[in-house]
Design a protein around this ligand. Sequence first.
Ligand SMILES: [Ca+2]
Ligand SMILES: [Ca+2]
Ligand SMILES: [Ca+2]
Length: 162
Amino acid sequence: MGNAKSRGTVLLIGKGAKKASTEQYLRAEFRAMDVNNDHKLGVSDFYKLMTNLGYSEGSGGPKVLLKRTDKDMDKVVTEDEFVAAIKDPAVLQQTSSLRDLFSNCDKDGDLTATKDEVIAGFKKTGIKPITQEMQKKIESMDENKDKKITYVEFLRVQFGLR
Ligand SMILES: [Ca+2]
Ligand SMILES: [Ca+2]
Ligand SMILES: [Ca+2]
């Protein structure tokens, strides 16, 4: 005993040591659309979410996707159903642009970014110049004004939900 504070342990719990997993990104995407926070999405909100994420209906269109997603066929998509369906590599790839854009902003991978990080990330992704309108949009992202833009806050503005 007595070596619990070994160098390795300290490094592991150090800030930024743990990056958000893809699953955490996906859960945030669901929560961004689930504005009433009841952990469910109706069919039309599910379609909206997929379209907002850039899903382009692949083979068979949204109905096929819904069938694959809403496993118990109750016309309600739960967070777990969404995560399981979108984890399909082809779907994941088609819906990656906002995910990639945000992870370019979120340097330490904790699913939050500062306003300056978001601006830098947009520039890095080739979105320049940053127009005044875009600057205003970015400033409005931090809904609870804690100086951090979470991925959920970021998406709600991108989705036009606020
Ligand atoms: Ca369901
Ligand atoms: Ca961060
Ligand atoms: Ca915030």
